[in-house]
Design a protein around this ligand. Structure first.
Ligand code: NDP
Ligand code: PYR
Ligand code: MG
Length: 759
């Protein structure tokens, strides 16, 4: 039975949530130019006089706006804040964090550009008048968190007035996802849609839209009973009615939710916390289907249901139980498909296609790379897995494809897609692989939590990282430092360290101090170290102490580097921990740039590697890429490409390629080549003999300086995110962050250390 498990999603504190939103640039969005704006010529093209040319072209043929502006990939998330999540009417401004959140989810999950617009009026006509004129700016309008019944009027009217998709997420997103879950729950319990008896509690935006879609899919109208705060919506009822409720009023003797549920097959909860009682659940039919979707607290908890019945299929709107029915599974992908065919609307056919595609996905066997996206074990279609999770990487190719096809077949696609196989491939390429990679890392660590030593435990950002590590249920965080200093610093910074899972260890007072000193002395006595030197290092140097903890099994991994430069920290660690037998220690940086992810090596250890060492670095980096879930395609980089121009530095790389040839390694590699040839398919096409099957995803640098300079420039100038360098090849998991790293960087590195600590 579905229970909240230790695999449940991360819980966050109020303080963390505020800090997350405040850190760096406040909020969650920024605008990035897609064209260079550097020279006079750029300005002349982007702005006056050049800009006049596309203006005239669009004036002559409006469809050219899709060629020359952002319109075709831009969705507005628009709210007036009258029904923010389950928090109620808190106004337009207060809704902004949610709307920014939806906008970034569009980008994250489906590469749809999106901006939030908060419209400060509760008057439906004013709202409509504001939005109706925004059509030229956007490819679609996602209405969000607008209360019923105004939301029905607003959406209906805007759909009539605008020639782009207008979609109220809380209505249709919710309906599509719950329909998908329901299709599967019916299948598992052997029910037929036409005869299934359903009760929907909640007759607002979500409830009404859900039952409308269910009826469009084949549920018999007379088998669906709608309830609200006044009980059953029956024919003839006058109290608390409106035309949308009346449309679903049925002839029935039942007057209360309890009466309606007697013998019912399905409960759809889109109402409020606690609306469903165990007595009502008890009265339902065999194998009842219970979707308690109120947020943040469901109508009944899975634990409460489990107390009284073992035959129920249970879903909630939350991420911390199995079967999460949440509209994030829908809106990014539905708009992706609609935009890609320039649909004029999102119609019922498209919604049903999305629901069916989602339902089908949950029935398919989960391949290895997908299994990693799931918390807990590989999910198998059944009562606890009726719907995919938001991080399922298959969603991006399955759902938009189904939506685009349905749009074409129902005649609302202005730009049909001719080659659907190719479209499916393009969709997969839109997914942000590193976000999935980090998610996979976090998910696995949550299943196998680890003890990580945070060596610089007195630093504020390290303490924050430790708290976050524990809060995210990644394991135990050990802060090294003086107890009183840590507590004082934490108090000063307002950090609560009184949590299960946070330990403070003072090296000098530790009972293991003598054992670690002996261990270090054993290793260093023939390298010019006296016993007292080792004693001093263990007492005073947290890297040495932390490394001994890990070397002797008292912790699983280390994260350090906030207060000391990289090479010093690495030297400290290397006195205690060796390379894995047969491996070479290298640094790999993960660079995320505009939807592409590339690994770069060696960004930390070898200053000027010889050919043999470059070949070793390539092997080490390829192995790491595989462990991270990528099939490696290595480019051995130089300033030259296949012999031109000639030079000593390039010869070393050519030699490294020959060494890899001799070693008969089992991954794709080629070189020497320049970075543009490695990354740009068109530049690569000039070398038809090249052995890479596509642009490289692992770049092997000829030397440390080029590796370091290029990754840092990418980070500072190119707007790329660079994670690392990650230390690869050590016998124990150690990660060194950069000086003054932020708490979020430290947590990522701690998670990576925990991940590489293995099963
Ligand atoms: N899981 C998901 O993805 C989503 C979940 N939801 C959840 O659905 C719920 C409703 O949202 P939404 O439709 O936008 O809100 P609305 O304000 O539009 O509608 C709320 C409806 O719920 C009814 N209601 C409230 N409390 C009770 C109760 N105790 N018993 C019976 N009926 C009740 C109201 O009745 P009356 O008409 O009599 O006032 C109204 O019909 C919220 O909890 C929300 O979190 C919403 C969208 C997505
Ligand atoms: C999920 C969502 O959109 C809501 O709760 O309003
Ligand atoms: Mg919403």
């Amino acid at each position: 039975m579905a229970r909240k498990t230790e695999n449940s999603g991360p819980s966050v504190s109020a303080q963390e949530a505020l800090e997350f939103h405040a850190m760096g640039r406040p909020g969650k969005l920024e605008v990035v130019a897609t064209k260079p704006m550097a020279t006079q010529r750029d300005l002349s093209l982007a702005y006056s006089p050049g800009v006049a040319v596309p203006v005239l072209a669009i004036a002559e043929d409006p469809s050219r706006a899709f060629d020359y502006t952002t319109r075709g990939n831009m969705v507005a998330v628009i709210s007036n804040g009258t029904a923010i999540l389950g928090l109620g009417n808190l106004g337009a401004l207060a809704s902004k964090p949610v709307m920014e959140g939806k906008a970034v989810l569009f980008k994250r999950f489906a590469d749809v550009d999106s901006i939030d617009l908060e419209v400060d009026t509760e008057d439906a006509d004013e709202f409509i008048n504001c939005v109706r004129f925004l059509g030229p700016s956007f490819g679609g309008i996602n209405l969000e968190d607008i209360k019923a019944p105004e939301c029905f009027i607003i959406e209906q009217r805007l759909r009539e007035l605008m020639d782009i998709p207008v979609f109220h997420d809380d209505q249709h997103g919710t309906a599509i996802i719950s329909a998908a879950g329901l299709i599967n729950a019916l299948e598992i319990t052997g029910r037929d849609m036409k005869t299934t008896k359903m009760v929907c509690n909640g007759a607002g935006a979500a409830g009404i839209a859900c039952i409308e879609l269910m009826k469009a899919m084949g549920f018999a109208p007379e088998n669906i009973i709608l309830c609200d705060t006044k009980g059953v919506v029956f024919q003839g009822r006058t109290e608390g009615m409106n035309q949308w409720k009346s449309a679903h009023a049925v002839k029935t003797e039942a007057r209360s939710l309890a009466e309606a549920l007697d013998g019912a097959d399905v409960f759809l909860g889109l109402s409020a916390k606690g609306a469903l009682t165990t007595a009502m659940v008890q009265s339902m039919a065999r194998n009842p289907i219970i979707f308690a979707m109120a947020n943040p607290d469901p109508e009944i908890t899975p634990e409460e249901v489990a107390e009284i019945r073992t035959d129920a299929i249970m879903a909630t709107g939350r991420s911390d139980y199995p079967n999460q029915v949440n509209n994030v599974l829908g809106f990014p992908y539905i708009f992706r498909g609609a935009l890609d065919v320039r649909a004029t609307t999102i119609n019922d056919d498209m919604k049903i296609a999305a629901a069916r595609a989602l339902a089908e996905l949950a029935r398919k066997d989960v391949p290895d790379d997908v299994a990693a996206a799931y918390q807990g074990n590989r999910p198998k279609f059944g009562p606890n897995y009726i719907i995919p999770v938001p991080f399922d990487p298959r969603l991006i190719s399955a759902i938009p494809l189904a939506v685009a096809k349905a749009a074409m077949e129902s005649g609302v696609a202005r730009k049909p897609i001719l080659d659907l196989d190719r479209y499916a491939q393009e969709l997969s390429a839109r997914r942000d692989p590193i976000a999935s990679t980090l998610q996979r890392i976090y998910d696995r660590v949550r299943r196998q939590p680890k003890r990580i030593v945070f060596a610089e435990g007195e630093e504020e950002q390290v303490m924050r990282a430790a708290v976050s590590y524990v809060n995210q249920r990644l394991g135990t965080a050990i802060l090294l430092g003086r107890d009183d200093v840590i507590k004082e610093n934490a108090k000063h910074a307002g950090i609560d360290l009184n949590k299960q899972g946070i330990e403070i260890i003072n090296a000098r007072l530790s009972r293991r101090n003598g054992i670690y000193t002996d261990y270090l002395y054993e290793r260093m006595q023939r390298k010019g170290f006296l016993f007292r030197d080792c004693q001093r290092l263990i007492n005073n140097d947290r890297n040495h102490f932390a490394a001994c903890m890990v070397a002797l099994g008292d912790a699983d991994g280390i994260v350090t580097g906030v207060t000391r430069n990289y090479s010093t920290a690495l030297d400290d660690i290397r006195r205690v921990i060796d390379a894995k037998p047969g491996h070479r220690v290298i640094g790999v940086s993960i660079v995320l740039a505009r939807g592409k992810t590339v690994l770069v090596a060696d960004t930390a250890v070898h200053d000027m590697p010889n050919a043999e060492q470059i070949a070793d670095i390539a092997e080490e980096a390829a192995g790491f890429a595989r462990r991270m879930g990528y099939e490696p395609r290595l480019a051995m980089l130089a300033y030259s490409t296949f012999g031109h121009p000639q030079g000593e530095r390039s010869e070393r790389v050519q030699e490294a390629v020959r060494i890899l040839d001799k070693r008969r390694v089992d991954f794709e590699y080629d070189g020497e080549m320049a970075a543009d040839v490695a990354l740009n398919a068109r530049a690569m096409a000039q070398y038809p003999f090249i052995r890479l099957t596509g642009p490289a995803n692992v770049l092997i640098m000829p030397a440390f300086h080029s590796a370091s300079i290029s990754t840092k420039m990418l980070q500072e100038l190119g707007g790329s995110t660079v994670i690392g360098p990650l230390l690869v090849g050590l016998n124990k998991p150690v990660q060194i962050v950069s000086l003054n790293a932020k708490d979020s960087d430290i947590v990522n590195m701690a998670a990576i250390a925990a991940y590489t600590a293995g099963a």
